[in-house]
Design a protein around this ligand. Structure first.
Ligand code: ASP
Length: 337
């Protein structure tokens, strides 16, 4: 029934969401299990996560399995293998993972490892720490059986060499959306996506929440630059009593307001996931409206009842949902219309 009424309200498979947005409820109906992910490419990640969730598996396992999909996808230039390198030509990756009890792990600026999300999980499960960075993260991964690989694909190397000609370092709004409208085709001709990330949140059939976030960060960034994605509280936050949130976009601005934690705290105050995301985006916009006009930031949230919502600064943000009733990509509402 739900699916049918959803389709009635759809154009070319995408939902007409305007009427729902005003109520602050989005399309969410409190579904369990459920998995949601940032951007169109989240759909493929959700499909993998769903195999685990639909078999009554654990949200944490679903998160890891889902995040590994874009990490292994060579055509995805913003996550994992094939991700664009930094300005020195080095592919450095960031990832974190968190469960409903506040257990969390993170790796920052790790090189040569295709699945940083899995290393982050091991940091969480096998060390007394939360974060490992750079060489230390790589050493830990190798000690735990991960293979050292070259992550710089010929495509990404070429894009980096082209970029070097002008070396213009500027995040581009919504290039992600243009690029990934046809995920199978990889890059749109001539496009360069400067930043993008997969944030993935899941609620399992036992009512447990988990989340993950993984990225190669901003393309052609300074070596050693880390954004919001692997920073617990900024790029990801999970509280089993309330809900979970994740972010994508210009990480520096998300770190400045500890964005994902703030979304969860707004939900704690009784706001819906949609309203909570919107409030944080509004705070970012009001802090510096001129800066906000030039950048993209999107938040995605899931409460522990299975209600979800999202909100971005700019048009063009999308997110993917998979539950028993839905397998869809939804265009996110935005501050600038
Ligand atoms: N948030 C990521 C970063 O700043 C990039 C992105 O999501 O676009 O590294």
């Amino acid at each position: 029934m739900f699916r049918r009424s959803f389709l009635r309200n759809s154009v070319m498979g995408l939902p007409l969401i305007g009427s729902e947005l005003g109520k602050g409820t989005f399309l969410s109906k409190g579904q369990k299990p459920i998995v949601i992910s940032t951007w169109d490419f989240g759909k493929a990640a959700n499909a993998e996560a769903w195999k685990i969730l639909s078999a009554k598996g654990r949200a944490l396992d679903a998160i890891e399995a889902g995040a590994k999909v874009p990490e292994a996808d060579e055509s995805n230039k913003t996550v994992g293998y094939g991700g664009y390198p930094d300005r020195d030509g080095r592919v450095t990756l960031d990832a974190c993972i968190m469960d409903e009890k506040g257990n969390c792990g993170s790796v920052m600026c790790i090189e040569h490892i295709k699945h940083p999300i899995s290393v982050a999980r091991l940091v969480m499960e096998k060390t007394p720490h939360v974060i490992l960075v750079g060489d230390g993260a790589l050493q830990f991964a190798l000690e735990n059986g991960f293979k050292k690989e070259n992550l710089l694909t010929p495509d990404s190397e070429k894009a980096w060499k082209d970029w070097l000609k002008k070396a213009n370092y500027e995040p581009v709004i919504n290039i992600e959306n243009k690029t990934y409208n046809s995920p199978k085709d990889g890059q749109m001709p001539g496009s360069i996506d400067n930043h993008d990330t997969i944030g993935i949140l899941a609620l399992d059939s036992n009512g447990n929440l988990s989340g993950g976030c993984t990225t190669s960060g901003m393309a052609f960034k300074m070596h050693g630059r880390v954004g919001d994605s692997p920073v617990i509280g900024a790029g990801l936050f999970v509280d089993g009593e309330i809900g979970a949130a994740t972010s994508t976009g210009v990480g520096e601005e998300v770190i400045r307001c500890v964005g994902s934690h703030l979304v969860v705290e707004y939900m704690r105050q009784g706001n819906s996931p949609y309203d909570a995301c919107k409030k944080v985006v509004e705070r970012i916009a009001k802090r510096d409206i001129e800066k906000a006009k030039k950048i993209q930031i999107g938040f995605l949230a899931l409460d522990n009842k299975g209600n979800y919502g999202a909100y971005a600064l700019q048009k063009g943000f999308s997110f993917a949902v998979r539950s028993e009733h839905e397998e869809i990509v939804i265009p996110g509402d935005s501050y600038f219309k």
